[in-house]
Design a protein around this ligand. Structure first.
Ligand SMILES: *[C@@H]1O[C@H](CO)[C@@H](O)[C@H](O)[C@H]1NC(C)=O
Ligand SMILES: *[C@@H]1O[C@H](CO)[C@@H](O)[C@H](O)[C@H]1NC(C)=O
Ligand SMILES: *[C@@H]1O[C@H](CO)[C@@H](O)[C@H](O)[C@H]1NC(C)=O
Ligand SMILES: *[C@@H]1O[C@H](CO)[C@@H](O)[C@H](O)[C@H]1NC(C)=O
Ligand SMILES: *[C@@H]1O[C@H](CO)[C@@H](O)[C@H](O)[C@H]1NC(C)=O
Length: 950
């Protein structure tokens, strides 16, 4: 729990810190906006295992009960398919074990590995009884060998596991038993017996495997005779940290390819199994990403330069953060070859603790791979390792030294996503610099593309790859087809690695900072540099200046014609999430200051268009281009706004004064220039006539209401006056919940670009009810506010009177009531008064006030609470002498709890022990119940903790 609190705290901290530089995607592509190729077959699901063929035009896909051979240049083309179902006998056995027929007792193909030129090695869960087989590539048929898949594939299709095929041997990290409780890292080879991990929590403790791969260090014939290593990445429950609950920890473990197990100790077990902690944290915030979700190994010519990209999330999913950390292979190797061991120490008899081992380590180094130095000592295989070394590594598989990320911190941190997959490409951009492009897939089917440029990361784009929004289960990258392949429960998606053609202008092409893209001035297009190999030299690099944007010509202005007094929305969709949008009217910048304009996320809304609002409006997007080292500013949309020419001339607005002085934050000042504040008829409903025929209201109408409507949306404005509850806004049920939507009813949708030059007559008249309302709210003054207050006051009084009448309010009110209504009060029992004063009366004085109370609307209740709170001081002072058994201070203490809003002495529905506070009163010692005197004489029916009958 403490950890949870810590995590929440850290989350908050992070929340604060992440207000700074925003690392979101620059461009967002929806599923239909980009050219994606999709494959799925009706009735087949869980396309979760992908394998690219190096030699053929094939993408092999392992799905549920089927394996596909798709064309990797176009996944919509299916080359082949094989069904691999579980025989009925097996299904019934599976169901006997309590598994579901629809979900579990099927064959989820989870292992697809290239065995040789002709065959794939494939394994499936096979109704909780994993099986493997050989798949002939040429005729795409299964050999039907039905090998035992235990230790190669998981039993449970939802359980994590990983495999890698190295030189015809299959390395797996998975569960070895039906229950999934015995996790192993094993090697299966046709020639040798299974080599596996020791069954011990210090070796593997509830691991979730995510990835395994081989790093080739040269083999016995290399310079040092170093063996190849197979690295496993997983998250497991930590043994070395003491926490309240299970603390997860990301790990990297490795084994040596040449390992044959020990002669006596560690027979048929790894002699080279070592593991270390992977660190992905933000040191300055002490925030740890402790769950590794996926790993991508970006190979380099020298294995030491190989980079390991990992995506991490936090064990506390509610923090909603994902990170990418990078590790250098040379450093990983150093931890394994030089790191200190940890050992289990027993403290206080039963309790064990993991501490650093400081004693002498046996030689050769425990867990080391066989190399030339060992061979010189006549140790040519693990079978020759001395028992001392083997015993040591059996007891000390965990290294103390952690594997730290490059740069000591995550390369990328993203809010509100759960990354599930990662793939990385190295791209040589036109400026001659290689950049790493990180593709990360999320649990909602979104792909993020980020570029690492000289240690800086910027997110180029996000794409909704999976239409259904399901998680990306597997993500492969092919430099040959320049495509990404994503597997999900619903299908397979092929996506290009770049969408250069979507950038229509030079500045967009440059601003995207996509290393795949460059602007070709000859064709005036943003092109993929890989498509243009021959022309590449003639293309200009990112940093080159784009041709100047020509000034807007009159033809560029879309004509918008509205009726006077109605509102106009001028849409503007910025080309990038990072662009700053600004509006210019007649060439001068519009600011938030104008109360009649609302600059929203996607456009400009002009309320109640007046003659002086006519003119030219331009939406400009400004974006900083780091590559070019300058700001790009260009018009995104341009409109010529004009009013419908009227046949019946009407006088211009008599007094435009209320419009001009309205400045931001002037809601309080508004009362200063309203003509007659107390106009009683201020709430006369507008006659439901055609808005277009109604002359605009006169100046005594409702500017303030307009302000009220505007303020909740106005950025940086406290909105102290306006609120969802104010009558001014209640006519608009969608309130201020989501951005500009309250404004949409009066939306004016201009014709799509390019605009027909003079079809102003086609403009639909705004006839919605909201437009009517808008018209009536358009001009006004302080009267509105005062009316609001008046209304509230009246409601308040009404509620007060009602509550007083219903005797929900304490003694003073009752006396008032008695004075006014008379009579009834005598029927009250004497003790009722004491209870009224804030104590409890278990028997309700009135038959069913609760029933009537239910009829109160929410609003009334709120007002009731407000009144009661406001009334408190008076009540206490006036009522003190009527309460015989309490002192004024006691009473005050009681009242201050705010529990008066509950019917303390009312209907017995609140079985409190006379307090209603102080932690469930029942446990309080009787000495702390000074107020129970009168109430306790009543038959009290409530649950008592001490009551043996409960
Ligand atoms: C992929 O194949 C489908 C079906 O043959 C075809 O309609 C489509 O045009 C192809 N797409 C590409 C990009 O080759
Ligand atoms: C398989 O796909 C189905 C349908 O999308 C989904 O409900 C189920 O959870 C998936 N099973 C596994 C093990 O991924
Ligand atoms: C290795 O074995 C050879 C012969 O088997 C022996 O002559 C040599 O002394 C041994 N060397 C060591 C370091 O034990
Ligand atoms: C991430 O996953 C956790 C649990 O796995 C979930 O609670 C959370 O809502 C997810 N967050 C997002 C942004 O999808
Ligand atoms: C724009 O200019 C026209 C005439 O030049 C003027 O009538 C109009 O009020 C101006 N509009 C704005 C919004 O300044």
């Amino acid at each position: 729990m403490g950890l949870g609190v810590l995590a929440v705290f850290l989350g908050l901290l992070l929340e604060v810190s992440s207000q700074g530089p925003h690392n979101g995607p620059r461009t967002t592509w929806k599923h239909h906006e980009v050219d994606l190729l999709e494959f799925s077959e009706p009735g087949v699901f869980n396309y979760s295992t992908l394998l690219l063929s190096n030699t053929r035009d094939s993408l092999y896909v392992g799905a549920r009960d089927a394996i596909f051979d798709l064309s990797k240049s176009n996944v919509t083309v299916q080359n082949n398919k094989v069904q691999w179902q579980v025989p009925d006998k097996r299904v019934s056995m599976c169901m006997l074990k309590g598994k579901s027929k629809e979900q579990d007792c099927l064959n989820y193909v989870r292992v697809l590995q290239v065995l040789d030129e002709e065959r794939l090695y494939v394994c499936g869960t096979h109704a909780f009884q994993p099986q493997c087989d050989y798949l002939s590539i040429s005729d795409f048929t299964l050999a039907g060998r039905a090998e035992d898949g235990r230790g190669k594939c998981s039993f449970d299709p939802s359980q994590s596991f990983t495999t890698v095929m190295v030189d015809g041997e299959l390395y797996s990290g998975t569960a070895y038993n039906f229950l999934g409780s015995e996790a192993i890292i094993s090697r299966y080879s046709p020639l040798q017996t299974l080599l596996r991990t020791e069954y011990s929590t210090s070796w593997l403790n509830e691991p979730s495997f995510v990835f395994a791969d081989v790093i080739r260090e040269g083999g016995p014939d290399g310079p040092d005779g170093e063996d190849d290593r197979i690295y496993f990445f997983f998250t497991e429950v930590s043994v070395e940290y003491e926490f309240f609950g299970k603390l997860l920890i990301p790990r990297v473990a490795r084994v040596c390819k040449g390992d044959l197990g020990g002669q006596r100790t560690l027979q048929k077990k790894w002699t080279s199994f070592l593991k270390a902690k992977l660190v992905c944290s933000m040191p300055e915030l002490n925030f740890v990403f402790n769950v590794v979700r996926d790993i991508f190994v970006l190979e380099a010519e020298d294995w030491r330069d190989t980079l390991i990209y990992g995506v991490f999330t936090s064990q506390w999913g509610n923090v909603g953060l994902s990170a990418v950390c990078v590790y250098n292979m040379a450093l990983v190797d150093e931890v394994f070859s030089k790191g200190k061991y940890m050992q289990k120490a027993t403290v206080e008899q039963s309790h064990t603790k993991w501490v650093r081992y400081n004693g002498v380590t046996p030689s050769p180094r425990p867990g080391a791979c066989i190399n030339n130095a060992m061979r010189r000592q006549n140790i040519s295989s693990s079978l020759h390792l001395p028992d001392k070394t083997l015993q040591f590594v059996k007891d000390h598989p965990l290294l103390e030294d952690p594997v730290l990320p490059v740069g000591g911190r995550p390369l990328l941190i993203t809010k509100d996503v759960n990354y599930t997959q990662v793939a990385v490409a190295r791209v040589l951009a036109l400026d001659g610099r290689a950049r790493h492009v990180i593709f990360t897939g999320t649990d909602t089917g979104v792909l993020h593309k980020s570029v690492v440029d000289q240690g800086e990361v910027h997110m180029v784009e996000e794409i909704q790859l999976i239409k259904s929004g399901g998680a990306i289960k597997d993500l492969l990258l092919s430099s040959e087809t320049r495509s990404l392949y994503a597997g999900s429960d619903s299908g397979v998606v092929q996506s290009p690695t770049a969408f250069c053609g979507k950038y229509r202008s030079c500045d967009q092409c440059v601003l995207a900072r996509d290393p795949y893209c460059a602007w070709d001035p000859r064709s005036s297009a943003c092109v993929n540099i890989l498509d243009q190999t021959k022309q590449a030299q003639s293309l200009k690099g990112d940093a080159d200046a784009c041709p100047a944007v020509p000034p807007l010509s009159p033809r560029d202005y879309q004509r918008v014609v509205v009726k006077p007094g109605s509102s106009a929305e001028l849409p503007c969709v910025p080309p990038s999430n990072l662009a700053l949008v600004s509006w210019r009217a007649n060439g001068s910048l519009l600011t938030e200051a104008s109360p009649f304009h609302l600059i929203g996320e996607s456009g400009l809304l002009i309320y109640s268009v007046a003659p002086e609002d006519q003119g030219r409006y331009e939406c400009w997007a400004l974006e900083w281009a780091p590559a070019a080292g300058k700001n790009f500013s260009r018009p995104v949309a341009a409109y010529a706004l004009s009013l419908v020419v009227r046949t019946t001339p009407r006088g211009p607005r008599k007094d435009p004064a209320p419009r001009v002085p309205e400045t931001p934050g002037s809601e309080g000042k508004g009362s200063e220039h309203g003509p007659s504040p107390l106009t009683p008829a201020c709430f006369t409903p507008p006659p439901p006539t055609d808005s277009s025929l109604t002359p605009p209201p006169t100046d005594s109408s409702l500017t303030l209401l307009r302000l009220l409507r505007l303020n909740p949306q106005a950025p940086g404005d406290g909105g102290a006056v306006g609120g969802p509850e104010t009558p001014g806004s209640e006519g608009n049920p969608n309130g201020s919940e989501h951005g500009p939507s309250p404004l949409t009813p009066a939306r004016f949708t201009p014709p799509p670009p390019p605009p027909p030059p003079t079809d102003s007559s086609l403009t639909p008249p705004p006839t919605s009810i909201d437009t009517l309302r808008l018209q009536y709210l358009q001009r006004g003054n302080v009267v509105a506010l005062l009316c609001l207050f008046l209304l509230f006051f009246l409601l308040f009084l009404a509620a007060l009177a009602y509550n007083c009448y219903m005797r929900y309010l304490p003694a003073p009110c009752l006396r008032l009531r008695a004075a006014l209504v008379g009579g009834h009060k005598s029927s009250l029992r004497p003790e009722y008064r004491a209870c009224e004063a804030g104590l409890m009366d278990p028997s309700p004085p009135l038959p069913a006030p609760g029933a009537e109370k239910i009829k109160l609307t929410q609003q009334q209740k709120r007002q009731q609470q407000q009144q009661q709170q406001q009334q408190q001081p008076a009540v206490v002072q006036n009522g003190s002498h009527t309460t015989t058994t309490t002192t004024q201070s006691q009473l005050r203490a009681l009242r201050d709890t705010g529990y008066e809003t509950e019917p303390d002495c009312g209907n017995g529905k609140t079985p409190s022990n006379g307090f209603g506070f102080g932690g469930g009163g029942d446990d309080s010692p009787s000495g702390q119940k000074p107020f129970d005197v009168d109430c306790e004489s009543q038959p009290i029916e409530f649950a008592d903790a001490d009551d043996p009958s409960i």
